[in-house]
Structures are given as C-alpha cells and as structure tokens.
Design a protein around this ligand. Structure first.
Ligand code: HEM
Length: 446
C-alpha cells in the first residue's frame, strides 16, 4: 500500500536520499569537505544544486544514482548563515555529535579522542553522499561532484569513505539488513510492515505536521527549514572475529551458534524474523518483502520467540510497549540508510585480520533527539524499559565486558554473560540536508 494519505509532500524540493531506499546491490562514497573561503563555499552549493537535482528517482530505482548533501552547524556558519537562523536549529545539531558522545555512550575506545580524523572536529562542514547501483554510474556521479568543487581553492576534501554491498548482500556480521523501514505519508513509498500506519510526514521532513499533530520546530527562515531533514552519520567498526569467537565459545554446535546470533539480532542471518520463524532460519521468508516484516510482538510479551532484549526488538518494539500506553513508539521511528564498508571476513574465519569493516550508519529524520538519540540511549544502551537495567543491546550496545543478555526459554531462561563490545564508533556527525530551494537560498546569501 503506497503511503499517500492525502498529504502533499513537495517531493521535487526534497533531496532524493531522504525518502528513497538505496539500490541493491549498491556502491557509494561519502566525502567530507571544509569551506575555507565563504564565496567558494557558496559557489560550491550553487553547483551542487544542479547535481542533487539531476539525481531524482526515475520509474525504476534500480537504475538511479544520486547525491545527497548535508551541512554541519559549522558548515552553515562558514557559509555565513545569519546567527538568528543558526540559533533556530535543534540544540543537539548545534552542539554536534562529538559534544554529545558521553550521552550517546561513545566512551572508552568509542570516544571522540579515538575517532578517525576529521570526524567530530570543527573542520567538517559539508558531507556529500553518492549512491549508485554500479561502479560506472558511481564514477559518473562522483565526477559531477568532483567538478563541482574542483578549481575552488577555498574548498578542501578532507575524507572519503567508500562503501559497497558485500557479495553476500549482508552486513559484516552476516545478517541481511535494511529490511524494516517506516513508510511516510505522501512519499509514495510502500510500507514494509503492513501493521504499521505510515508516519506523518513531519516525522521525517520539516515543514509538515508530525505524529503529535503539531508542526515541528523548524530552522528559520521558512525557505531554509522547509523540506529539509536532519541526517546522522556514524562510522561503526564491527569486530566480526570477536563476535564469532564469542558465539563459538557459548554454543555447542554450529546450529546453536546460528540460534544465539539470531536471538541477539531478532532475525536470522537470512532476514527471517524470529516472531515468524522462532526455531530455524527460513531464507525464503527472509527474502520475501511481502512477509519478512509482517509481524508484531504482542503475542510474545515474555520474548520466548524473540527476546525482548534482541537488537531489532529494542530498536523498534512495535506493539510490545503498548500495554500501559506510556510510550508512543511512533515518536521514535527511524529511517535508516546505512551501507557496508570494508572487506568481508571470510566465512568461518575466527581470527581478526586487522582490517577495518563495518557499517556507515545513516539516520534520516526531523527529530535527532527523540528519534536517533532516544533509541540509542534509552533502548539500545539501557535496559530499564524492558525491566533489565543491567542489560544493553547485545550487538551494538555499549558492552564493557560485564553486560549480559537474557534469552527467555523453558524450563529456565539462558543468560549470556560478559558480552564484549562488538561495535565501536569510529566517528560521526550531525548534518542538516536542506531542500533544493534552501540550497539555492544558501548559495545566494547576501
Ligand atoms: C554495526 C551496527 C549495527 C548493525 C550491524 C545492525 C544490524 C541490524 C540488523 C541485522 C537489523 C535487522 C534487519 C532489519 O530489520 O532491517 C537491524 C534493524 C534495526 N536497527 Fe540496527 N544495526 C546496527 C546499529 C544500529 C543502531 C546504532 C541503531 C539505532 C540507533 C539501529 C537501529 C535499528 C532499527 C531501528 C532497526 C529496525 C528494527 C525494526 O523495525 O524491526 N541499528 N539492525
């Protein structure tokens, strides 16, 4: 069912990357740039408008290649956005991700002092993300982006991260990802979960009513805020060998390893959700978009099929928190646009090869705080909401070697202890992805 519901989203003004899923397979690149000269910065924005605009989705998204552009607070400052406008952005965006590291659980080896340069520094001003179904189209689009900044001496490219879908079509831990996404009213994109009504457009795009029935706070002037959205980018390194070793140590057989892995994620590696297939992987179910997200947790309150502490159930508890009505899950939904980077660790290898691999986690939404930050801090890093305060997300939580994970089963539950961190943050930033009209406004600032 396409999510239209009468809302007129100004799709021609919204950057494509906000509302459209990535192709599969995909290749892509993220570039971070610094503006050293204001006039060159505005000229770059002027050139980028045309490039972003040329990447509108066609009838067949498998053939699309597009560019998404975002600015940090410092980037908007470098372009000369007037102070009252800068002050009108969400406080967490103004602070930036590095300043919020402790709150987000980016501590120890994930803390900003260990981040990859220039992530988390005031030098990051602009992000350009290029996504394409294949290398030749990627090169063509990257060339457009390169032409936009070449000969502009006041622009420096600081960082490039390539990404691509692994040959398995899965992420480095071996799981199919990107299955469950909320639909958005007026986007025309189909819902992945038939039990979930499309979100009000204002949850994802600024300038429209959100789930509270209100117009969310928006940067001013209107031309700057409307049809824009916030983007969270995090480089998450995955310790695949450590993850495999942990499962090997806790399981007696390969089947049990696969089961423990599935209990931690909430899905089997092939994507089949535990609520629909609690005992064994079902790759056919996992690969069927009509069925692989068609479920709720309400009939499994104790988590016998899918543990309440599993990653996907924490990140989106669906109807499982509805009983006392105190939490409205719809206020904490997230569009994820993550991609994989780095080489695959070959199947069966248990020793770390020292290579950097993981995901570039990308969130898109109108509310960094009550969407991304809430889910990360309250649902993934903490277990109070599921009555297990000492437990964090077994896959991506801030495991410090002392946390545990409970798997409800009869006659007695199983508890996995001493979970080490399997994911470390290598850096990240909060960006604002403006509309095309806002980019023109930025390019023409007096
Ligand atoms: C390296 C880090 C991560 C890995 C490997 C990972 C992996 C996965 C996998 C395999 C799924 C199931 C597939 C799907 O339903 O689409 C999933 C779902 C999800 N993840 Fe993650 N994830 C990571 C980090 C995060 C973070 C940091 C957040 C939020 C702050 C997050 C939020 C979600 C959400 C919202 C879902 C969908 C749940 C649903 O709707 O059922 N993930 N993730």
């Amino acid at each position: 069912m396409p999510a239209n519901d009468g809302v007129k989203l100004e799709l021609d003004d919204i950057q494509s990357g906000a509302l459209h899923g990535r192709p599969s397979p995909y290749v892509g690149a993220y570039l971070l740039l610094r503006i050293d000269d204001r006039a060159d910065g505005r000229e770059l924005v002027r050139r980028l408008v045309a490039v972003v605009d040329s990447g509108r989705p066609s009838a067949d998204p498998a053939h699309d290649a597009w560019i998404t552009v975002g600015f940090t607070y410092r980037g908007l400052e470098a372009l000369g956005v007037p102070q009252p406008s800068l002050d009108s952005f969400a406080p967490e965006f103004r602070e930036g991700m590095a300043a919020r590291a402790t709150h987000l659980g980016d501590v120890g080896e994930s803390s900003p002092e260990h981040w990859e340069q220039p992530l988390g520094t005031p030098d990051v001003h602009i992000a350009i993300a290029v996504l394409s179904p294949d290398l030749s189209r990627l090169e063509a689009v990257t060339e457009k982006a390169r032409r936009a900044h070449q000969e502009l001496n006041g622009i420096s490219v600081l960082w490039r991260q390539d990404c691509y879908q692994l040959p398995t079509g899965r992420t480095s831990f071996g799981f199919k990802d990107g299955i469950s996404q909320p639909a958005v009213e007026g986007s025309g994109q189909p819902a992945s979960n038939p039990h979930e009504r499309p979100l009000k457009a204002g949850e994802i795009i600024l300038g429209y009513p959100d789930e509270t029935g209100e117009l969310p706070a928006m940067p001013t002037p209107d031309i700057l805020g409307r049809n824009g959205t916030y983007v969270v980018l995090r480089k998450l390194h995955t310790k695949v060998a450590a993850y495999r070793q942990y499962l090997r140590a806790k399981a007696a057989t390969r089947e049990e390893e696969a089961l423990l892995g599935a209990k931690m994620v909430g899905r089997w590696q092939g994507g089949a959700p535990l609520p629909l297939s609690p005992d064994r992987d079902d790759p056919e179910l996992g690969g069927d978009p009509q069925r692989n997200n068609n479920f709720l947790y309400g009939d499994d309150p104790r988590g016998f099929k899918c543990p309440v502490g599993a990653h996907a159930r924490r990140a989106n508890p669906r109807d499982a928190l509805d009983s006392d009505g105190s939490v409205n899950v719809r206020l904490h939904r997230m569009i994820r646009r993550g991609t994989s980077y780095g080489p695959e660790l070959p199947d069966g290898v248990l020793e770390d090869d020292g290579k950097d691999r993981g995901i570039i986690f990308v969130f898109v939404g109108a509310h960094i705080k009550r969407q991304f930050e809430f889910v990360k801090t309250q649902w993934l890093n903490d277990g109070i909401f599921i009555g297990a305060p000492s437990e964090a997300d077994p896959l991506v939580g801030t495991g410090d070697g002392t946390t545990s994970f409970t798997i409800p089963q009869r006659p007695i539950r199983r508890r996995l202890h001493d979970l080490p961190p399997f994911v470390t943050t290598r850096g990240g930033e909060y960006f604002f992805a403006p509309s095309l009209s806002a980019m023109r406004w930025l390019a023409e600032l007096p």
